[in-house]
Write a protein that binds this ligand. Structure first.
Ligand code: ADP
Ligand code: AMP
Length: 213
């Protein structure tokens, strides 16, 4: 099953991904996580992506599409994948459809997490992430028990560089201009399911489970 998690930065895609990927038994494929992992190891891909990520801009389509095509060819993605943060442009959506068609597959559903911009700014500016296991926190709404230490793995909890006020503004503008057209793209293909991302995380999880049932 190929499931897309669509929504603005901070909508809760990463927060919801673990439960969905477990329930569907498909890998969680986050292009943002892949870029950050590459940056950690200072690979050429990571360093190239950083130029765009730091500005809150999108990494060029050809680079992202190649990355996703390679990832979907890995054995663990043979039965499907949960795509988080991809596609983000119409060009990427078309490329995804072509990659899948070549394997006799297609997108099964696109879940749109809807959250208004004013909530997103508060969420992103307080977001904290574990460097070790990727668990997500919020400085005010859901901090780790011990400051900067992950409850789950003891790893370092940090603030992403692109969660600064200026970059958040750019990322939201980029979402509205380049990614939002995908709502209409998937809706017109009968694949869109809208989820109220403003509810608390457990309620969102239940709504997603219902949409996937
Ligand atoms: P995304 O992956 O869509 O960019 P995240 O899952 O990283 O977003 O969530 C962004 C921030 O919002 C995190 O700090 C997270 O703890 C918080 N958050 C996620 N879901 C909710 C929710 N339903 N209500 C309030 N805060 C949330
Ligand atoms: P995310 O972790 O999804 O918030 O992504 C962080 C950053 O990685 C984005 O602001 C972009 O710079 C880059 N990125 C992630 N996914 C994509 C994508 N599908 N297309 C272009 N850039 C992406």
């Amino acid at each position: 099953m190929i499931v897309i998690l669509l929504g603005p930065p901070g909508a809760g895609k990463g927060t919801q991904a673990a439960a969905i990927s477990k329930s569907l038994n498909v890998p969680h494929v986050s292009t943002g996580d892949i870029f950050r992992a590459n940056l950690e190891y200072q690979t050429a891909l990571g360093l190239e992506a950083k130029k765009y990520m730091d500005q809150g801009q999108l990494v060029p389509d050809d680079l992202v599409v190649r990355l996703v095509a390679d990832r979907l060819a890995k054995p663990d993605a043979l039965e499907g994948a949960l795509l988080d943060g991809f596609p983000r442009t119409i060009v990427q959506a078309q490329a995804l459809s072509d990659i899948l068609a070549a394997k006799g597959k297609k997108v099964d559903v696109c879940l749109l997490l809807e959250v208004p911009d004013e909530d997103l700014i508060a969420r992103l500016s307080g977001r904290r992430v574990c460097r070790g296991c990727g668990a997500g926190y919020h400085a005010l709404f859901s901090p780790p028990k011990v400051e900067n230490v992950c409850d789950k793995c003891g790893g370092e909890v940090y603030q992403r560089e692109d969660d600064s006020a200026q970059t958040i503004k750019s990322r939201l503008a980029v979402y509205h201009k380049q990614t939002k057209p995908l709502v209409e793209w998937y809706q017109s293909r009968g694949l869109l399911k809208v989820i109220n991302g403003r509810s608390d995380p457990k309620t969102v999880e239940a709504e997603i489970a219902k949409a996937l049932a």
